[in-house]
Write a protein that binds this ligand. Sequence first.
Ligand SMILES: Nc1nc2c(ncn2[C@@H]2O[C@H](COP(=O)(O)OP(=O)(O)OP(=O)(O)O)[C@@H](O)[C@H]2O)c(=O)[nH]1
Length: 360
Amino acid sequence: MAFFSKLKERLFKSSSKLDEGLEAIVEEGSPAEASSLPTAEAPPVTDAAPAGPAAPAQDIETAEKPAGLLGRLVGRGSGSEQRRTLDDDMLEQLEELLIAADMGVDTALRVTANMAEGRLGKKLSAREIKELLAAEVARVMEQVAKPMPIYAHRPQVVLVVGVNGSGKTTTIGKLASQFKAAGKNVVIAAGDTFRAAAVEQLQVWGERAGVPVLTAPEGSDPASLAYDAMTQAQADGADLLLIDTAGRLQNRADLMEELSKIIRVIRKKDETAPHNTLLVLDATTGQNALNQVEIFQKLADVSGLVMTKLDGTAKGGVLVALADKFALPIHAIGVGEQIDDLAPFDPEEFAAALTGLDQS
Ligand SMILES: Nc1nc2c(ncn2[C@@H]2O[C@H](COP(=O)(O)OP(=O)(O)OP(=O)(O)O)[C@@H](O)[C@H]2O)c(=O)[nH]1
């Protein structure tokens, strides 16, 4: 299945929430307006690209011209499409809807303000609002959609951080498999030495992908494992070394010490390492993901984000808030537990999937 269809299908909870909410907002404020515009013609579906630039005001005006003769004769002008005048009340409802979809207050206000610019007093259909919203979301996200940079430097060391259960291990497994399939020589270090299950899980991914996984006895020093992994990756001429880490935030001082020790030790082998520090975030935690970015930026020099579990959550909007607030690159998103359920982040596809817009 193409990733977009999968994304759309799996982001269903977020998109249906926004979709239904937008329809309800238009319906709620429009009965009188809809009946006063019995012959209004719906704007052509293909006129405005789903995630392209916001529809110019004149496109919306076009929608209010009388329906074509044929449309009127058969009573099918799209006058049946309900419209509502964009005013302060409606904007407030839109803001509330976006906040409920986990976009956060600041981002929701900014997004709705941009949607309203030059359009106050216009009559809009739910579909036009979705198009405006998708365009606005895509605009915010475009600036952060950047695949993980790959350098010529060998081995490129990728430190993977994030709270327990955010999906670090799974993401490392998926990345390792994908890079291996792309012809890269990959080594994994199972640096969460406190959780035997995480180590076993990585071993399974490693076996599947044909990638060596370096492990250490439970409870042993992850920095020493990272050092051994650097030695092996250098000896093997590996392209990539992916290092898993623990994510126990309960004792932040310990975690900070552990991460900085890993970094200190790998720098003894290569002072430019780590070359990427990926923070893995779980979309189902909603606004909490924003706190996690703040915390991990203090613990490590986060260079990019991976957002997992966008399937099965109604909190997909948090990705927009993250992009708006931190402007950190979003390298990839996860929409399931299978190997191909991790894909580069595409802002337009995401915006269309989030808002429930069809994209053909
Ligand atoms: N639905 C879904 N589940 C995911 C996704 N990514 C990871 N998971 C699941 O989330 C759970 C936790 O993932 P892990 O990869 O073990 O998370 P972790 O951050 O390594 O957690 P610890 O090992 O406890 O530190 C597992 O059951 C994964 O299968 C995703 O994109 N979608």
